[in-house]
Ligand binder design. Structure first.
Ligand code: ADP
Length: 319
């Protein structure tokens, strides 16, 4: 193997750059030519390629986002689009492709292998932590720290004004961020798509805590469960006072990656290159326990990831 390529695709996640840097430097150290594909699958179809040398990835570990840029590419979802992408890969003599992205990006990578036998290795990077067979995806820890920090700040003002704050967090269909953020900030309630919510019970609980002297309430809701406005509508007439709504939005995606994310990203980058060098393809690098393993991409994608219901109960018991 002489030439490999790397791309970032779908939603950006902090730590993607650290993974790119590891792929490039580890690849170059092993005598490979490494090509960066700009703008994800759009760039793959257009042939938007750039040769990346060792020095080109200096100082990017600490940067959020992705220096390669990313995109959502509808054309790649079609067989014709993937055929164009495969042609570009073959034309440029690329013998292996590392795809860094979420569920959609990894589905695309698998199809490139299945339809055109392009040797692909996936790296799970998404703040949603919704990919099966891996404990963590790149970006999750940084996102959680951002949410924790924001909720902590809201708690200060919630206490001062004796108010209930409803905080909407990201996660697509997953309640992982909401659950973990609620757990580490001691939120009064956590609303996630995986567990049905009983608003009457929730209102009773908030009122009961008020009676016991608690002066603030933080309710964290995952975007996949309900909007903060819906939660407010359900609660306000039951508790009899106004709530305040905060939708954290895209700040959750940005920022310099945490030490955990940097370490995860760089070791997954190295493992991805090793997998290609070993001739192992159509696999995703996954963190299981404290170890990196290679799992078939389709197996990861078809394994439903659920939140830890016990942790959910513990969060309630401790709040
Ligand atoms: P993420 O990778 O963060 O989940 P998306 O779901 O938007 O983000 O996927 C990123 C890109 O991956 C899409 O724009 C598309 O190019 C490609 N992709 C997503 N789903 C598929 C699919 N089912 N088949 C082929 N390519 C896909």
């Amino acid at each position: 193997m002489k030439k490999i390529a790397v791309l970032t695709s779908g939603g950006d996640a902090p730590g993607m750059n650290a993974a790119v840097r590891a792929v490039v430097r580890y690849g170059v150290r092993h005598g490979l030519e490494v090509i960066g594909v700009r703008r994800g699958y759009s760039g793959l179809i257009d042939g938007d390629f750039v040769k990346l040398e060792y020095k080109d990835v200096a100082g990017i570990t600490e940067k959020g986002g992705t220096i390669l840029r990313t995109s959502r590419c509808e054309e790649f979802k079609t067989e014709e689009g993937r055929e164009l992408a495969a042609k570009q890969i073959k034309k440029h003599g690329i013998e292996g492709l590392v795809v860094i992205g979420g569920e959609g990006s990894l589905t695309g990578a698998h199809l490139l292998y299945e339809e055109h036998k392009i040797p692909v290795v996936g790296i799970p990077a998404t703040i949603d932590n919704d990919i099966g067979l891996t404990d963590m995806c790149i970006g999750v820890d940084t996102c959680l720290n951002t949410v924790m920090d924001a909720v902590q700040k809201l708690k200060d003002t919630a206490s001062s004004h004796e108010r209930a704050f409803i905080v909407e967090v990201m996660g697509r269909h997953s309640g992982y961020i909401a659950l973990m953020a609620g757990l580490v900030t001691g939120a009064e309630a956590i609303i996630v798509p995986e567990i049905p919510v009983d608003y009457s019970q929730l209102a009773d609980r908030i009122l009961e805590e008020r009676r016991r002297g608690k002066i603030n309430s933080i309710i964290i809701v995952a975007e996949g469960a309900a909007s903060a406005y819906t939660v407010a509508r359900h609660l306000e007439y039951r508790i009899g006072y106004e709530t305040r709504i905060t939708i954290l939005g895209h700040v959750q995606r940005g920022g310099s990656p945490t030490a955990f994310d940097r370490r995860l990203a760089l070791s997954m980058g190295v493992e991805a290159v090793d997998a290609l060098l070993d001739g192992e393809v159509d696999v995703m690098i996954a963190l299981q326990g404290n170890k990196l393993v290679r799992v078939p991409i389709m197996e990861a994608l078809s394994t439903k990831k659920t939140i830890d219901k016990k942790l959910y109960e513990i969060a309630y018991m401790l709040s």
